[in-house]
Design a protein around this ligand. Structure first.
Ligand code: SF4
Length: 318
């Protein structure tokens, strides 16, 4: 008679980081597209991904949004939505010259950084933007004062900086960076330029900060950390990096289908979070997928409450 081997299923705990998933800026940007679609009888174009999440983009595509990389793909006179990451003034000018109807979904916290860039450059400073080259938010912010702004990505870049007047240097940051890493860059800037001036309040946004604190709180007690988010989502990637810096293996997954069962070997406690652009339902689906590998206890660990809301742009307000 054949012997059937029954493997004991491993009891696991999921520590659910909170806050996680959508922030107020992302919710607003998605609602802007939804309302624009609802009020349109012609295609609605969206310049760049509205937020950096492929599920969000695919969902809006099925509802009629047409995503393009640049304005030259938008027909004259059409409606175009600018993404949550913001655009350079030149893009606005081009849209205006083309007679496009613009609906702006730029997050108000990105708009604040643009205003600071104009103010700092306007007083004659060299403005150092701490951020990642090629990110849409960085391109947009640098576009506010291309002749007066320079990008640095790390503390190592600071030594090579050339400025007109070391007494007139200020800095700004991308909104979705790692809080601890930015601190190192700003320290390096201040060492080199003691008169360095910065923004009145931190440019790293509340949602980025809260999600980093929450993932740190679960990573410290977890054998494995999973972060739901797309690879081009800056704040999601920073969550994975932070967990790894704390010594916990961590993986970025776009959805439950990317969960590799091999990661679960020896993992009794799994920290789970999601970047600010990742829909909450994807987290639920990851929990459901984890349940297929054995009994699961889910505990939420909340480090902050979020009540932030942003008003919609007047063009789509009810
Ligand atoms: S992550 Fe921060 S800056 Fe980006 S959309 Fe959300 S609230 Fe705005």
């Amino acid at each position: 008679m054949a012997t059937v081997q029954v493997q004991a299923q491993v009891q696991r705990t999921v520590l659910l980081a909170a806050p996680r998933s959508f922030c107020a800026g992302v919710e607003r940007a998605i609602e802007v597209v939804e309302r624009t679609l609802a009020g349109a009888d012609r295609p609605v174009y969206v310049r760049k991904q509205i937020v950096h999440n492929r599920h969000v983009v695919a969902d809006l595509e099925t509802r009629g949004a047409v995503f393009v990389e640049e304005l030259d793909e938008v027909p004259d006179g059409a409606t175009v939505v600018f993404s949550a990451h913001g655009v350079a003034p030149q893009v606005r000018a081009d849209a205006s010259a083309r007679g496009l109807r613009v609906v702006d979904a730029t997050c108000p916290l990105v708009t604040k950084v643009h205003a600071e860039a104009r103010r700092f450059a306007g007083r004659g400073d060299t403005v150092v933007l701490v951020g990642h080259a090629g990110h849409e938010e960085v391109d947009g912010t640098l576009g506010e004062a291309p002749d007066r702004m320079v990008l640095v990505e790390s503390a190592a870049d600071v030594a090579a900086l050339r400025v007109d007047d070391p007494g007139r240097v200020s800095y700004l940051t991308q909104t979705t960076l790692a809080v601890d890493e930015v601190g190192e860059v700003v320290d390096a800037l201040r060492d080199r330029f003691p008169a360095l001036r910065g923004p009145g309040s931190d440019d790293i946004c509340y949602a980025t900060t809260n999600r980093q604190e929450a993932v740190a709180a679960v990573a410290r007690d977890a054998d494995l950390v999973l972060v739901v988010g797309s690879a081009n989502s800056s704040n999601s990637v920073r969550l994975v990096e932070l967990a790894r810096r704390l010594g916990t293996p961590a993986h970025l997954i776009d959805d439950a289908s990317e969960l590799d069962p091999a990661w679960l070997a020896g993992a009794r406690v799994i920290g789970l979070s999601a970047g600010a652009s990742a829909p909450p339902r994807l987290v639920e689906e990851v929990i459901a997928a984890l349940r297929e590998h054995g009994p699961l206890t889910v505990r939420e660990r909340r480090v902050a409450a979020e009540h932030q809301q942003f008003a919609l742009p007047s063009t789509v307000r009810p």
